[in-house]
Design a protein around this ligand. Structure first.
Ligand code: SAM
Length: 289
């Protein structure tokens, strides 16, 4: 039985005595074409493994189990674990783990379940915690091929934005250091039960095996990016001088010129490669202090 039939979902939940938990961002998919398409386009090959975050009642999990060799699904809501036991009973290639993905030891999870496999993350993420989950996955250093997620449409547009556009921000530049980001399709609010207040979109991040931007020190790169966007309306030099106290204004002015930018440039115009250039100049200056 597919899990997109509204009256079936309501009966299933009533039979387990549970209701939708707003605090966990529970909006379940009710249009079968959506989970099927996300599963199909997530970027994995049939012999690959999938890490699903927040399987809910197992709607997309069923498609993932049918398309890929192995699925591990981490669900925070304890009340959904027996439901998943029922809805996934016919699949022998899935492991459900009760837990908060933000507190999960990903390296241990990988060692236990994925040691010999290529892994793609595929998820309909809860809105309340989208960016922290994405940054956790990217920064954890776990070997992922793709992260394909449904997220709030505005966040998806931000992730795909070009330097200089209104949507471009610290998250865009940071994510583009790790992965090539592509928006796959939009999903309107009516495809969920209960319907959220916002529309969604699916994005696929293909993680670089060999990062095109190489920097001397990653922490310096991320501090530069964060500071540059901390004070968006200021010029880069003023934003950096508020955010990076260890450099004098004349250090920063020299570094900006050395990296090849005009003194008046704003941070929002810089690509991650350009932030990388500036971070390397600052790293050299810091090492010489
Ligand atoms: N995958 C289902 C679907 O597409 O219908 C449900 C998606 S729903 C938007 C988000 C799911 O993530 C819920 O099942 C929720 O309980 C779960 N969740 C929320 N926060 C979580 C966390 N920190 N770790 C793991 N799962 C979480």
């Amino acid at each position: 039985m597919r899990l997109t039939d509204i009256s079936y979902v309501k009966r299933l939940m009533a039979s387990h005595g549970i209701t939708f938990q707003k605090k966990f961002g529970q909006n379940f998919l009710i249009n079968p074409m959506v989970p099927e398409r996300i599963a199909e386009e997530c970027g994995a090959a049939p012999e690959d493994a999938i890490l699903e975050i927040g399987p809910g009642i197992g709607t997309m999990t069923q498609y993932l189990c049918e398309m890929y060799e192995k699925v591990v699904a981490v669900e925070i809501d304890r009340a959904l674990i027996p439901v998943l036991g029922e809805t996934l009973a016919n699949y022998d290639n899935v492991t459900v783990i009760e837990g908060d993905i933000m507190k999960t030891d990903l390296k241990a999870l990988f060692a236990e379940h994925f040691s010999d496999k290529n892994v793609t993350v595929c998820a309909n993420l809860p809105y309340y915690i989208t960016t922290p989950i994405l940054m956790l996955l990217l920064e954890s250093g776990i070997p992922l091929d793709n992260i394909t997620v449904m997220i709030q449409k505005e966040v998806a547009d931000r992730l795909c934005a070009a330097p200089g556009s209104a949507e471009y921000g610290a998250v865009t530049a940071s994510v583009s250091y790790y992965a090539e980001v592509e928006k796959l399709f939009n999903v309107s609010a009516g495809n969920f039960l209960p319907a959220p207040k916002v529309d969604s979109a699916v994005v696929r991040m293909r993680l670089y095996k060999d990062k095109p931007v190489k920097v001397a020190n990653e922490d310096m790169l991320f501090r530069v990016i964060k500071s540059a966007f901390g004070q968006r309306r200021k010029t880069l030099i003023n934003a950096l001088s508020s955010g990076m106290g260890e450099f004098t204004k004349s250090d920063l002015s020299e570094a900006i010129a050395e990296a090849g930018f005009a003194e008046t440039i704003r941070g929002e115009r810089l690509s991650v490669a350009e932030f990388g250039r500036l971070a390397d100049v600052l790293w050299t200056k810091k090492s010489q202090k």
